[in-house]
Design a protein around this ligand. Structure first.
Ligand SMILES: Nc1ncnc2c1ncn2[C@@H]1O[C@H](COP(=O)(O)OP(=O)(O)OP(=O)(O)O)[C@@H](O)[C@H]1O
Ligand SMILES: [Mg+2]
Length: 343
């Protein structure tokens, strides 16, 4: 069903995206594929559908469930859970790795002590079977322990010819910061990767998506153009509108307000621990500042103090790395409205 709000897993539920799914499938066999796009654009759905169509062993790791300052125990726990879901394919090769225990249908990994299992050893074992290791929202691996994963990834890139890694990321700049393939001092320096960028729907596609979704549910399409005017071509928000409308709320403005509340919570979570100035800069852009000097003036007026160049530069570039802004514009109209209403 097109208006199901969970990430899609079946081709019939995925609107369009044939090109992206085929591109992903066609590049399996290469060591590293990156799937990028802003939040709610459909990365996980494309990944799921491509994986479901490929008849190869796979492990799907959802890095979004890692805590912010994750430790080794968290990382190994997550990998163990992911392996548990793919145990039928990898049981045999895993059973021979030191530090891996298989108890019935569960996997346990030793993250310290004499039985310590390194991720490189794990990847070497999975390589014997071959297949895909996908990490959804891989930028969440950033942090003091990211080195372990990156070193193992570099090792697998060079030696594990039967493995393909697929990493997705919605905070695109942060994903590049993690990989740093252009930095001679970084672990993955010089490794080539195939990048697939997921773009928003065009206006025509967005309208067609909504119409098809309503038709599929046996309901007359309602306020489709107004909804697209507000929500743009972001499939996740269009699905949000479609689902609300099926539940009886077909006023696009009312649904926009609900989406904005959600986006406000997300923005606050994303910027937790950062200075209030991030919100002021976002408000500046949301209220129309389109250049360095306009943003600077807005923030200085709001704070009543002169701002140093480097501070403003940092805030703006971090907002870009989080894929919230690009060239003094919001990438998502709902986030823009949320920023405008922030107090
Ligand atoms: N092509 C599509 N056809 C139908 N529904 C879609 C499509 N793309 C995305 N959706 C819907 O939009 C929402 C977001 O999709 P998904 O979770 O796959 O995106 P994402 O890019 O992984 O988002 P996030 O960055 O939040 O993880 C879900 O409700 C999903 O069902
Ligand atoms: Mg996702």
């Amino acid at each position: 069903m097109l208006f199901d709000e969970r990430p899609k897993t079946r081709k019939e539920d995925l609107y369009d995206r044939d090109k992206e799914v085929e591109e992903l499938k066609g590049n399996v066999g290469r060591p590293l594929i990156i799937l990028t796009g802003i939040r709610r654009i459909g990365k996980t759905s494309i990944l799921n559908v491509a994986l479901s169509e490929l008849d190869v062993p796979k492990v799907l790791i959802d890095a979004r469930s890692l805590p912010k300052n994750y430790g080794l125990r968290d990382l190994y726990g997550l990998v163990a859970d992911s392996l548990t879901s793919s145990l039928d394919k990898f049981r045999e090769v895993l059973s021979r790795v030191r530090g891996v225990r298989i108890l019935g249908y569960g996997v346990e990994l030793s993250w310290r002590g004499k039985d310590f299992m390194s991720l490189s050893e794990l990847f070497d074992a999975l390589n014997r079977k071959g297949g895909i290791i996908a990490v959804d929202e891989a930028q969440r691996l950033r942090g003091p322990n990211s080195k372990l994963f990156l070193e193992a990834l570099a090792h697998a890139y060079d030696y594990d010819r039967n493995l393909t890694f697929v990493l997705t990321g919605s905070e695109i700049g942060l994903l590049y910061d993690l990989l740093r393939v252009d930095d001679p001092y970084s672990t993955l320096y010089g490794r080539y990767y195939k990048e697939i960028r997921v773009r928003r729907f065009s206006r025509e596609e967005s309208i067609d998506f909504l119409v098809k979704g309503f038709e599929e549910a046996g309901v007359k399409p309602k306020n489709v153009e107004e909804a697209v005017d507000l929500l743009d071509g972001i499939p996740g928000w269009l699905t949000f509108y479609g689902k609300r409308c099926l539940d009886g709320k077909c006023d696009p403005m009312e649904v926009m307000n609900m989406a904005v509340s959600l986006a406000m919570r997300e923005l606050k979570a994303l910027l937790r621990g950062r200075s209030k100035r991030y919100f002021t800069v976002m408000k500046a852009v949301a209220s129309g500042a389109r250049s360095w000097s306009q943003v600077k003036r807005y923030v200085e007026e709001a704070e009543g103090r002169a701002l140093s160049k480097s501070v403003l530069y940092n805030v703006l570039s971090n907002l870009e790395r989080l894929s919230i802004l690009k060239d003094y514009e919001f990438l998502d109209p709902v986030y823009e409205e949320a920023a405008r209403r922030l107090t």
